[in-house]
Design a protein around this ligand. Sequence first.
Ligand SMILES: C[S@@+](CC[C@H](N)C(=O)[O-])C[C@H]1O[C@@H](n2cnc3c(N)ncnc32)[C@H](O)[C@@H]1O
Length: 268
Amino acid sequence: MSKQSQVNKKAWSYKANEFWRNNLGAPTDVAKDMLKQPNYYLRRHIEYLGDVNGKKVINLLGSCGKKAIPLAILGADVTVVDISEENMKYATEVAKEANININYIVSDVLELNINEIQDSFDIAYLEGGILHYFVDINEIALKIYNLLKVGGKLVLNDFHPFRKILKEPDIFKEVGDRLEIGGNYFDDELNVAEVAYEKFFPVNEQNEFPKCLLRYWTMGEIISSFASVGFVIEKLVEGPRFDSHKNIPGEFTLVASKLKIILPHTKG
Ligand SMILES: C[S@@+](CC[C@H](N)C(=O)[O-])C[C@H]1O[C@@H](n2cnc3c(N)ncnc32)[C@H](O)[C@@H]1O
């Protein structure tokens, strides 16, 4: 496993289950709510995912299952890949309580052996804090491409690269009235950063948390890498930040397809 993945695995293996229990809720309550309103959990991306009933979906970096289980409730055949066993424990407990099957694979996505599952998925769905876990963006883009069947669709939602120019790149951190510029949009280093949920724990516990190693990508690098592995880009939708700074981009969703390209001279 790469040094970056080892570091991030360690970070996401520390108190993740505890966080989901405190933040999302007890598995039995969460399962009940997901069964009651699965679309609510997918509301930001359902228009891009379309009707998932009967579809084979791979939810890479699927974390606590908060997207995978609602997708399965809506009739999808869902596979999650995530590096953290803590996340798997929570997700499988919620799935069990909801009486729903999901296939949860604990693995570094870069080390996933895809021989048996390549070219098989209708949809690859990734959301909310994804690309910064990869020091080689082409490698992850190609992995996703190879998992999809011809005609398959990618729905990738992530934090907007605009955050790179801000002093505080974590878009969920309280920044007050003024956003300070202080970052470097063209920074190509690995950055030491807090695991996403560290800030939700008491201050006196925070220094116990192992850190993440993150590589923040520019919009040009993201689009170029997905295009270069063969994806046909359908749309790139940009959305505002989640805090009060609604005039600043906070997230984006890339919708792209794996199409069979028939060149004119090979037709027929
Ligand atoms: C920020 S979450 C994204 C999902 C969701 N938005 C959430 O908030 O939980 C990032 C997830 O990526 C996983 N992860 C990080 N690096 C990974 C890797 N190399 N392979 C597989 N999973 C990885 C972490 O365990 C974590 O569950």
